[in-house]
Unconditional design. Structure first.
Length: 247
């Protein structure tokens, strides 16, 4: 599926969203758990996790290992939930640091691969179906620091939608870790949205082909397909929040 640019609709809905009264403490806690389930299930599923939405809910709420599914998939859910907690803490801050990026990876990965969790990759990579080459291992610290240095300017000069897409795509372009770069990139995307006063945006597992196609386009220098996809998901998120507020 090819997604059209809904940036103007996002801006209009976001303006209405910002006029809503603040949520009560109870409503905030409820929304946080709704977001935790939605983002944890969708993001890990995009990365290959086989647990269903209901199975993911059971892992998050009751820490139940699902029979017939790899134990590593159960562990991925727990790790993403911990990284999600960090995401909410970081959302209260104004800026972004390279240590934050590594912390998100460490929290997600330490149960799966303690040796490499939160540490930069040491191998050279190639990205299939593109001519793009991620930085070499020696170049990763400089590349990530450059991302951090540019992030505030990008945030100030662009709408939240474009800034969030940029942050996600830059993380994927650097590919700082040996694994779970996509998990971290989607966490950073939603961190950007929360810091800008937007709701989280979830890319559904059913959109995997469109997501991967948009990533390939971004690696080849065209970021518009990803912006289009993200704008579509933000319209859904904003309309849902506005509907909830009016009901």
């Amino acid at each position: 599926m090819v997604y059209s640019d809904k940036s103007l609709q996002v801006a209009k809905l976001a303006a209405a969203y910002r006029l809503l009264p603040p949520l009560t403490d109870q409503q905030q806690r409820h929304q946080r758990e709704v977001d935790r389930l939605a983002l944890t299930w969708s993001s890990t599923a995009l990365a290959g996790n086989q647990l269903t939405l209901e199975e993911t809910r059971l892992v998050l709420t009751e820490d139940i290992a699902v029979g017939g599914k790899p134990l590593s998939h159960h562990v991925q859910i727990l790790g993403h939930s911990e990284a999600f907690n960090m995401l909410y803490l970081l959302a209260r801050l104004e800026g972004l640091e390279s240590a934050h990026v590594c912390a998100l990876h460490q929290l997600y990965s330490y149960r799966l691969d303690a040796e490499h969790a939160g540490k930069f990759r040491t191998d050279h990579l190639t990205i299939s179906e593109t001519s793009f080459m991620p930085p070499s291992p020696a170049e990763i610290p400089t590349a990530l620091n450059a991302l951090i240095d540019q992030s505030e300017q990008q945030r100030q000069q662009n709408p939240p939608l474009v800034y969030a897409a940029w942050l996600h795509n830059q993380c994927m372009a650097i590919h700082p870790f040996a694994t779970a770069n996509d998990i971290v990139a989607r966490l950073l995307l939603n961190l950007a949205l929360l810091q800008c006063g937007y709701p989280m945006a979830v890319i559904a597992p059913q959109q995997r082909d469109a997501y991967l196609s948009a990533l390939r386009a971004a690696h080849n220098g065209d970021h518009q397909p990803f912006i289009n996809l993200l704008s579509h998901q933000l319209v859904i998120a904003l309309e849902k929040r506005l509907h909830q507020a009016s009901s």
